[in-house]
Design a protein around this ligand. Structure first.
Ligand SMILES: [Zn+2]
Ligand SMILES: [Zn+2]
Length: 147
């Protein structure tokens, strides 16, 4: 199943349709393979559809998040970055010096979720482990300089 089919199914389950603008946002998310914030999504979307508004971008991203099609992470900043939910859940480390983003998996988090579900009946719909700090090259350059 490609992501258009997946999105159509998820939207259908939420009584929503795949509109032209929703499809456009999907295509941008898919093409970028990065963590886009709403602002850069908006700029890219406007190149294809000058009539699209920032409000539509926000509404669409909120909807995509609710139906589990995208995940967001602040990546060390004060606004969210979005990406398509892949087959494997992952988390992010962001370097505060160079801004690089490193993705990692954390089976431990999955285990905690499983335990909370088992012991306390919690149904967890979202889990973000967002780590911030210095990447390897940055931490090394920081130690060798006199900053
Ligand atoms: Zn760095
Ligand atoms: Zn990611």
């Amino acid at each position: 199943m490609d992501s258009k089919e997946r999105l159509t199914l998820l939207l259908h389950a939420a009584n929503q349709r795949l509109t032209r603008q929703r499809l456009l946002i999907l295509k941008i998310l898919e093409k970028s393979r990065q963590h886009l914030d709403a602002e850069s999504l908006f700029h890219q979307a406007r190149e294809h559809d000058p009539g699209i508004s920032m409000a539509t971008i926000y509404r669409t991203l909120t909807l995509f998040k609710e139906i589990g099609f995208v995940q967001d992470d602040r990546l060390g900043e004060n606004h969210a970055h979005f990406e398509k939910v892949g087959d494997h859940p992952h988390h992010h480390f962001t370097c505060i010096k160079c801004g690089c983003v490193i993705e990692f998996t954390a089976p431990e988090v999955e285990r905690v979720m499983h335990r909370l579900n088992h012991d306390q009946g919690l149904v967890i719909t979202e889990a973000n482990l967002s780590l911030v700090g210095y990447c390897d090259p940055c931490s090394k350059s920081g130690i060798s300089s006199n900053e």
